[in-house]
Design a protein. Sequence first.
Length: 96
Amino acid sequence: MLRFADDTIIVCKAKTQNIVVIKSIFRCFEIVYDLKVNFNKSILGGMGLHDNMVQRFSTILNCCVTNVRFKYLGILVGENHRRKDFWQDMVIKIRK
């Protein structure tokens, strides 16, 4: 799990049971803290999964589906970090 301010990334095995548990944890959070998790703004992506499985999980969580490659805190998630061009945006930001 990665957290920053009000963002959270959860990585788990692709099982329906895990998705249901995650949904339950978020529901408990809502009840305890009297805050709502806005699933409409949430995104779900799967690495090495069939699209229909990712779509089923997104239906359970009531969230959007994204491709695996996305930026989180300026870093591309789902890309090969061993490639030189992976770090190019980060190097440019640091030099400024």
